[in-house]
Design a protein around this ligand. Sequence first.
Ligand SMILES: NC(=O)c1ccc[n+]([C@@H]2O[C@H](COP(=O)([O-])OP(=O)(O)OC[C@H]3O[C@@H](n4cnc5c(N)ncnc54)[C@H](OP(=O)(O)O)[C@@H]3O)[C@@H](O)[C@H]2O)c1
Length: 157
Amino acid sequence: MIKLIWAMDQDWLIGKDNVLPWHYKKDLAYFKEKTKGQPVLMGDMTYDSLKSYYKDKPLPFGQLYVASITDRVFHDAIKVTDIDQFLSTYKDDLFVIGGKTIYRLSLPYADQLYITFIDKSHEGNVYFPKFDLNAYHLIQEEKVDVLRFCVYEKVKS
Ligand SMILES: NC(=O)c1ccc[n+]([C@@H]2O[C@H](COP(=O)([O-])OP(=O)(O)OC[C@H]3O[C@@H](n4cnc5c(N)ncnc54)[C@H](OP(=O)(O)O)[C@@H]3O)[C@@H](O)[C@H]2O)c1
């Protein structure tokens, strides 16, 4: 099952340069709890951002897949150069953890969306790509302060 997980504010903002535009402890804890030990796919920008956040320590996920179309080598990850081919043949559970480019390319394959809605505006310059949330139905929702932790499942056609 392919699951996308991200946090966005009320303007669909997700990033400021190559970092998160905010610091919400409860969202960080939610992300860590969901993705701990899990296989994850991310773009190479998000990989760099996480490596710097974790000060080059091992990332706390399971198998790492990093999308890149350059000849860059990743010693702790499997490089994915063709996302369509990778996701259309991937059989296990997988969290797609960003960023913007990789969310856009993975959305057509998403079975579930783990979205943290932040009911506030922030400053930044990277937005989640527009898509139709009506193609999914809400299966879980929990409100904590300005955060709304939602899980959506793709409507079967
Ligand atoms: N709010 C959230 O939950 C959240 C979560 C994660 C990230 N973010 C934010 O998202 C932003 C980063 O997003 P981003 O779009 O700049 O970077 P990204 O999605 O992390 O990585 C983009 C990279 O993916 C590679 N790529 C692009 N097209 C590809 C393809 N067709 N096949 C394989 N690889 C491909 C390229 O790497 P090469 O140049 O190496 O080829 C490109 O530089 C940051 O601001 C970050 O803070 C937010």
